[in-house]
Design a protein. Structure first.
Length: 127
């Protein structure tokens, strides 16, 4: 499996193959809304994991003003093959001068990405 940063001019071609994967990931966490425009206007970068069979997973990233890259959405299939490829995203942002990578998501990410440590938790009480 390969991971590629989708160039802006390729986003309209790739988007139909990843939109549902990303939307589902955002909705499962429930902390943010699905912001397609952020991908199309360049505020978020789109990454796609693919092989000869097609696109299996995708994620979007955003760089904040403090030099921290956040993986905004990440979803798809064949995640065991995809997760080691996150090192490519880390490499990209390290070369951009980024200080850290951040994932805001479900607790299960800490099991499959043991090099990432808890910085905070979010608690909630329904009203």
């Amino acid at each position: 499996m390969y991971l590629g940063l989708v160039r802006p001019e390729e986003i309209p071609v790739v988007w139909p193959h990843v939109r549902f994967k990303l939307q589902r990931a955002i909705e499962r966490v429930g902390l943010d809304r699905f912001d397609e425009e952020a991908v199309f206007d360049g505020r978020h970068l789109l990454w796609a994991a693919y092989d000869l069979e097609g696109v299996h997973a995708a994620c979007t990233t955003a760089l904040d003003v403090d030099g921290i890259c956040t993986i905004v959405a990440c979803g798809g299939k064949k995640m065991k093959q995809f997760l080691p490829l996150l090192s490519h995203i880390e490499f990209y942002y390290r070369n951009q001068g980024c200080k850290a990578m951040r994932i805001i998501g479900r607790r299960g990410w800490s099991r499959v990405l043991p090099d990432y440590k808890f910085k905070a938790i979010i608690i909630e009480r329904p009203l």
